[in-house]
Ligand binder design. Structure first.
Ligand SMILES: Cc1cc2nc3c(=O)[nH]c(=O)nc-3n(C[C@H](O)[C@H](O)[C@H](O)COP(=O)(O)OP(=O)(O)OC[C@H]3O[C@@H](n4cnc5c(N)ncnc54)[C@H](O)[C@@H]3O)c2cc1C
Length: 353
C-alpha cells in the first residue's frame, strides 16, 4: 500500500495513506537539495553538514528529554533531560518518533498538549519494519552474486510452521552490487515482535533453516555475525513507519494536527513556542526520510518568519552551472541558504540561563 506501511494490517490502514507515495519526483527546491545530497552514498553527508555548522557545545548526546515546560512566559521553554539537567530557550522543535510520543505524551509536556494533538498522536498508526544482517565467513559464501533479491512464498503453512522462528525469514537481499558476504533480511508486521525477542544465535539458526528449506543450497555454514535492528523495543523509537490509520478517520485527525505548533501569547505576540517536526508530522510524505527532512526545514522557516527573516531558496550546483566534486555537493547546495531582507532580531540561542 503506497510504500507507507505495507507490513501493517490492511484493516488498520486508512485509504488516505495511499497518497503518501514514496519515490515521487522532487517538487520543491528543498526536495532537490535533499536528492542532490542523496546522490552521495550514505546519510552521513547530511549529518556532517549540520555538525560542521553547529558548535559542539550546543549538541548534547545521550540526553533523553523527559519534560518540556512552556508555562512561564518569561522563560518560554524549559527542557528537562533524564539526569535532571535543564535547558532554557525561546522555542523548541520536538522531533520525536510518534512511538515515543504515544507512550509519553502525558508526561512530556507541561501544560499538556491540546486535546486534538493528543488524539492525533494516539490515532496515528506506527508499525514495524526490521532488518537482520548476517555476515558469513569469506569462504562460506554460498549464493551466486548475480541474484539480487529472493522472496520465499509460503502457502498452506501448518500451525507448527507458523510458530517456527524460521517462518519469519522470507525476503532476502543478496547484495550483488557490492559482492559482499553479507545477507540482509527484511521483516515486517507481527514477525518483528518474534524477531526482536529472539537471540542472535536463534536468528542465525532460523535464517539458515529457512535457506536450506527454500533454496537448493544445502551446505550452509552458520553466519559469523548477526546484526539486527530492535526499533520496536527501543524505548526511544517504538516502531518504524507511521501511517494514517482508520483510527485517524474515526477521530478526524491526521499528521497535520501533530504538526500544529503550540502558540503562546508572549508580550502581546502569538509566538510559536513548541513546534513539531519529524516524519509523523508531514502531511503527505510521512514515513519517509525526505518527509522528515522537509519538516525540519518547515519549522526552521517558521522561526525565521516569526523574526521577519527571509530564507533564500538554496541554489543548486547545477543551477550555478558549476562542476561540483561529489563530496562538495551538499555543501554547495546549501550556500544559497542566506538571510536576506530586513532582519529584525535573529532567533535567539543567546538566552542561555
Ligand atoms: C527498516 C526501515 C527501512 C526504512 N526504509 C526507508 C526508505 O527506504 N526510504 C525512506 O524514505 N524511509 C525509510 N524508512 C523510514 C525512515 O527511516 C524514517 O521515516 C525517518 O528516519 C524518520 O526520521 P525522524 O527524524 O522523523 O525520526 P527518527 O529518525 O526516528 O529520529 C528521532 C530521534 O529522536 C530520538 N529520541 C526519541 N526519544 C527521545 C527523547 N525522549 N529525548 C531525546 N531524543 C529522543 C531518537 O533516539 C531518534 O534519534 C525506513 C525505516 C525503517 C525502520
Amino acid at each position: 500500500m503506497a510504500g507507507t506501511n505495507a507490513n501493517s494490517d490492511l484493516h488498520k490502514l486508512s485509504l488516505r495513506s495511499i497518497f503518501n507515495i514514496s519515490g515521487l519526483p522532487p517538487t520543491t527546491d528543498r526536495d532537490k537539495v535533499f536528492t542532490t545530497a542523496m546522490r552521495q552514498p550514505g546519510y552521513q553527508k547530511i549529518l556532517q553538514w549540520f555538525l560542521a555548522r553547529i558548535p559542539n557545545t550546543y549538541i548534547h548526546l545521550n540526553s533523553s528529554v523527559t519534560n518540556i515546560d512552556y508555562t512561564d512566559k518569561d522563560d518560554p521553554v524549559v527542557v528537562t533531560v533524564q539526569d535532571g539537567k535543564k535547558f532554557h530557550g525561546d522555542h523548541v522543535i520536538v522531533a520525536l518518533p510518534v512511538g515515543h510520543l504515544k507512550k509519553h505524551v502525558d508526561t512530556l509536556f507541561t501544560p499538556p498538549v491540546p486535546a486534538k494533538k493528543k488524539t492525533a498522536i494516539q490515532s496515528l498508526g506506527f508499525d514495524n519494519l526490521a532488518k537482520v544482517t548476517m555476515i558469513f565467513h569469506r569462504d562460506d559464501k554460498f549464493w551466486p552474486t548475480e541474484t539480487g533479491y529472493v522472496a520465499f512464498v509460503k502457502v498452506n503453512k501448518t500451525a507448527e510452521e507458523d510458530k517456527d522462528l524460521s517462518d519469519i525469514f522470507y525476503g532476502i537481499v543478496l547484495d550483488p552490487w557490492n559482492n559482499t558476504r553479507v545477507l540482509f533480511w527484511v521483516h515486517g508486521g507481527p514477525d518483528v515482535d518474534q524477531m526482536e525477542a529472539a537471540t542472535e544465535q536463534e536468528l542465525a539458526a532460523a535464517g539458515v533453516k529457512a535457506l536450506k528449506k527454500f533454496t537448493n543450497f544445502k551446505d550452509i555454514k552458520p553466519p559469523v555475525k548477526v546484526i539486527r535492528s530492535q526499533w520496536k523495543t527501543n524505548p526511544h523509537i517504538g516502531g518504524a513507519y507511521s501511517y494514517l490509520s482508520t483510527e485517524n478517520d474515526k477521530t478526524n485527525t491526521s499528521n497535520v494536527d501533530i504538526a500544529e505548533p503550540i502558540m503562546v501569547n508572549i508580550k502581546g505576540k502569538q509566538t510559536p513556542v513548541v513546534m513539531f517536526a519529524g516524519e509523523c508530522t508531514h502531511p503527505t510524505k510521512s514515513s519517509m526520510v525526505h518527509g522528515a527532512f522537509e519538516t525540519g526545514d518547515r519549522e526552521a522557516d517558521r522561526i525565521a518568519t516569526f523574526y521577519g527573516i527571509k530564507v533564500q531558496a538554496p541554489i543548486l550546483p547545477e543551477q550555478q552551472g558549476q562542476k561540483v566534486k561529489p563530496e562538495d555537493q551538499l555543501h554547495l547546495s546549501h550556500q544559497g541558504l542566506s538571510r536576506v531582507g530586513n532582519e529584525t532580531a535573529p532567533p535567539t540561542n543567546t538566552r542561555r540561563r
